[in-house]
Design a binder for this molecule. Sequence first.
Ligand code: MOS
Length: 692
Amino acid sequence: MSEVGKPAPRVDGRLKVTGAAVYAADTPVAHCAYAVIVGSHIARGTATVDDRNAQRAPGVMEVVTSANAPRVATAKSGKGPSDRVLQILQDDRVYYADQPIAVVVADTLEHAQSAAALVTARYAAEPALAQLPQALGAAYVPAAKPPTGPVDSTRGDVDAGLHAAAHRVSETYTTPVQTHNPMEPHATIAVWTGDDRLTVYDSTQYVYGVKGKLAATFGLAPDHVRVIDRFVGGAFGSKGSTWSHVVLAALAARVAGRPVKLVLTRAQMFALVGHRPMTVQTLDLGADRNGVLMAMRHRVVSETSQMDEFVEPSAMATRMLYRCDNVETSHRLVRLDVPTPTFTRAPGEASGEFALESALDELAYACDLDPLELRLRNYAERDGDTNEPWSSKELRTCYQRGADAIGWSTRARAPRATRRGDLLVGLGMATATYPARMMPSNAKVRVTGGRATVQLSTAELGTGTYTILTQIAADALGLALDAVTVELGDTALPEAPVAAGSMTTATAGSAVHAACTRARARLDRGETDVTEQARSEDFAGRKGYSCHAHGAAYAEVEVDEELGRARVTKLVGAYACGKIINPRTSRSQLMGGLVWAIGMTLEETTVRDRRTARNATRDLADYHVAVCADVPDIDVIFVDEVDPHVNVLGSKGLGEIGVCGATAAIANAIYHATGRRVRDLPITVDKLMRPT
Ligand code: MOS
C-alpha cells in the first residue's frame, strides 16, 4: 500500500470550499476592536500627526501615533534573512509612502475607517528617489548576504573568454516591481492576557518567526507568546516576514485594553508587506563558433529601502546552470525611498532566469543555432560553481519531453516566418532551475486506537501541505489516509521553519517521515499508544552533491502587431523535481507558477510616481495579473527522477520553479514571432505596437 505518489484530493478541500476553514481574520474573538492604519502621504521626511478630529469621531477608542505609542524594541534580531526593520510609530521619520503614521482603534471597522480619514499630518517633505535606472551610479555592495550564496562569484577569466569568443551578446535586461497580491490580505488579531501574555492570529508563513519577533519587540518571554494560523490564503513570500502591521496590531491592543483586529487593505498590501524589487541586469555572454560558452558575466543591481537591505539574488542560476569555465556574477543595491523589498515567488531565480535565458536566446541567433541545441551543447554535467556532481538531473529528458509536446521540431528557425491569419506566431523555450534545499524541522506523532495525529508548526499556504503530510504519515505508519489527522500552523506545536523556498515538502515531510517511522517501529513491537517526536536534520546524504530541480519551458505566442497585443496560446513545462508526492497538488503548484510567468512577462508592474515615489498601481484594477482569459491550456509534464541524495523522500520542491525560465520562454517566443527583442518586462502593448 502506498499513498505517496497518488493524486489524493486535498484533505482540507471540503473545509475550504464550504467556508469552514478558519483563516486568521475569521477567528471569532470576543470584545474585538478594529484597527485601521493611516499611511504617510510623503515618501521621505517627517510627519507630525494631528489626530484631534479622529479622536472625537464616533466609536473611536484610541488613536496611536508616535506621540503616544508605547516604546518597544526596534533592533533586528539578526536571525534569518526574513527579519525586517519595522516602522512601528517609534518616531516621526518617514522612509516611504504609505508608511504607517497612525493607527485608529474603534468599536467597528466602519468607525475605524471613517475616523482614519480624519487623521491629518503636517509633513516636512524631502525629495524622494523612486526609480532604479536613474540611480545606478549609487550602487553599492550589500552587507546582507542572500540565503543561497555569496554576493559575488568568480571563476576563470571572463575578459579573456569574451575576448576569444566568436560570438558575443552584451545586453541589459530589466524587471519591474512586482507585488505578490495573495487573495487573502495580511491580517492580525492580537489578544493580550494581562501585560505579559500575547496570543496572535496572523496570516503568516512562519508562526515561530512572528512569535520570536513579537517576544523580542515587547520584551516578552517566548513562552508567553502564541501565534496561530491554520490556513493561509496565498503568500508567495509576502507572509514570510513579520511586518509592521503585526506589531501595530499588538501595540493597538495594548493601548486599547482590548483584542484588536487589523486587516490590510489591498492598497496597503502594495506598500506594507514587501515586493519583488526592480532589477537592472547586464549579461555578457561569449561563445565559440560552435556555440560553446566561453564566458558569462551577470551583473545585477536591485533596489532596496533606506532603512533595510534585501538582495534579489538574480545571478545565482548563472553560476551553475551551464558548463562554462569563465563566469563572474555580482549583486549590488541602490537605496531608494521605497518600502523594503522581500522574497517573491522564486526570489532571484524568476527575475534572473528571465535575463539569462533571454540572453542565451540572443546568443543562439548570433550563433545561428537552434535555441534548444545551444543549451544542449552547454549542458553541465556537474555544478561548475561548487564542482560537485548533481544529486540528480533529468534536464535532458525535460528538454525532449517539452519539445515533443509543443512541436518544437517543426519550428522555423527565422523570426517572423510563421503567420496565422493576421497574427504572427512564435515558439520560444528556456531552461528553468531552482535549488532543492531543506531545513531542520520538528514533528510529533501520536498513534493510538489505529488513528494518528501529526503535529508541527509549518504552514498550509494553499499548496496542499495538509494533504502531502497526511500521505507521507499514512505510508510511514501503514495507515489509511483517513486514519491520519495533521495539525499545523500553531506555535503550541513543534517548531518548524518558515514555509518558503520550495522547502516545505523536504523539510516538514522529512520530519513527519522520521517521527512516523520511529512510531511504526514501536507499534510493530506491540505497543498500542505511541508518541514520537523527531527532528529532521539536514539529510547527511546531501553532502558533496549539488541539489537543484530542473525544467524546460516552451511557449507559443500569437502577436497582433496592429494592436501590440501578445497572447500566450500554448505553454508547456516539463519538470524533474525528484519524487512527486502528489501529482494533483504538484500539477496545481506548477500551473500556478506558469500562470505567474504569464503575468510577469506580459502584465505585472507596480508603477511608482517618479516625483512622489507613491504607488500609482494600488489595486487589482490597475495591477494586472494573468486571469483565466489570459491563460491557455497549460501542459505540465512530470519527468521521472530518482534522487537518493536530496532527502529521505527523494523529493525536490516545485512551488517556485514554474515561474522560473517560463518568462524568458514567452519573451523568446515573442521575438521569434516578431523579430523584436524586448528586454524590459512586462512586454506591454506599447513595446510591441508596429511603428506607423
Ligand atoms: Mo517563497 S518567495 O520562498 O515564500
